[in-house]
Design a binder for this molecule. Structure first.
Ligand SMILES: C[S@@+](CC[C@H](N)C(=O)[O-])C[C@H]1O[C@@H](n2cnc3c(N)ncnc32)[C@H](O)[C@@H]1O
Length: 332
């Protein structure tokens, strides 16, 4: 239903209006049959997706405005890319004895899309879906605090850097939106910033902000040695423990005394998780046979990779997004 409002630009029509609109006005602007529109407006009002101050008066509320904004693309992403895996979850779980899925090549994604391909490989051969995925990873936390609003990157990682310092390696960066945001936040901080992703993603990067890009498969040893920070955002939650351990060990091989790993992901509390975080956990289940982790699970996972957690910096209440600062465990 949200997608219908998105396709007809109804959210923008309402959000851009100075005051309430009548049914006839909305019908004209969205090309909707008035009888059908009345049913949709009634539905949207009952789900608090808009407000109805009078019998024939409809006005945008905060939900309408969110759907009308650039991050409204989430509606298109969920209904185009994730609908099939979500629908497949119950029958997949029934046929797999309700075991926790950990194989990304045998998950609700493959059941929904009737494919044997890993989701990332499938996305890369489906241009429309791939484009939506890239937009969504960029916009999925729009409006929330950024990680460097809480984690003092310039003091902890950037201190004393010069132009040759390898400051920040953004591993599995997508198009590099976090690296760009970091440069914009600290324009005077000297040092190299390098983004890394698969060939298809790096091929779509528009060079900007003095950011270098590199094709790199994180299941192989990290080629950039001695960086101050290896940053992985929403990477750990894409994979089961076994693969995460491989990815992290590949980063450790390149680390020097001064290096840290920064893991930017959700760290869930043991109770009272926020609904956005649990929803994303189910998305990880459906799309990638992967998961969000609680603090206890994070400690156990990093221990397996030979890392210890120096500190966890939580930066959103809505999703429990956090920067997990990790270093190789000291050998006694
Ligand atoms: C969930 S997205 C996260 C992107 C970005 N870090 C962010 O937070 O928006 C996962 C990224 O991992 C990349 N990726 C998947 N497999 C990879 C691999 N083997 N080596 C490097 N990057 C990979 C994907 O192309 C995608 O850009």
């Amino acid at each position: 239903m949200a997608r219908v409002g998105y396709d007809t630009k109804m959210w923008s029509v309402l959000a851009e209006s100075e005051g309430p609109l009548s049914l006839a006005q909305i019908a004209e602007k969205t090309n909707f049959d008035p009888l059908l529109l009345k049913r949709f407006l009634r539905y949207y009002q009952s789900f608090r997706m808009l407000s109805q101050p009078g019998d024939d008066a409809y006005v945008a509320n905060n939900v309408t405005k969110a759907l009308a904004g650039p991050d409204g693309v989430a509606v298109e992403y969920f209904t185009t890319v994730l609908q099939k895996p979500f629908e497949a979850v119950p029958r997949y779980l029934k046929s797999h004895n309700y075991d926790n899925p950990t194989n990304p090549s045998d998950s609700p994604w493959q059941e929904g899309y009737e494919t044997k391909l890993h989701p990332f490989a499938w996305l890369q051969s489906n241009a429309e879906h791939f484009e939506l995925f890239m937009q969504w990873v960029h916009l999925s936390r729009a409006g929330l605090p950024m990680w460097f609003d809480v984690f003092p990157f310039d003091q902890i990682v950037g201190k004393g850097s010069d132009k040759d310092t390898i400051l920040f390696v953004d591993v599995g960066s997508a198009l590099g939106h976090q690296s760009i945001a970091l440069r914009q936040r600290f324009p005077d901080l000297l040092g190299r910033i390098i983004i890394q992703d698969t060939a298809q993603v790096i091929g779509a990067v528009q060079p900007s902000h003095d950011i270098e890009s590199q094709i790199y498969d994180f299941f192989t040893p990290q080629p950039v040695r001695g960086a101050r920070a290896y940053y992985l955002r929403n990477i750990v939650h894409d994979w089961a423990d076994e693969q995460v351990v491989m990815i992290l060990k590949n980063q450790i091989t390149a680390m020097s005394e001064d290096s840290v790993i920064l893991l930017d992901d959700m760290v869930l509390p043991e109770k009272d998780s926020p609904w956005r975080a649990t929803q994303l956990d189910m998305t990880m289940l459906a799309a990638l046979a992967a998961m969000e982790r609680s603090e206890t699970q994070w400690h156990a996972l990093l221990e397996k990779a030979g890392l210890e957690i120096v500190k966890i910096w939580k930066y959103t209440e809505e999703c429990d997004d956090s920067i997990v600062v990790a270093k190789p465990k000291k050998v006694a």
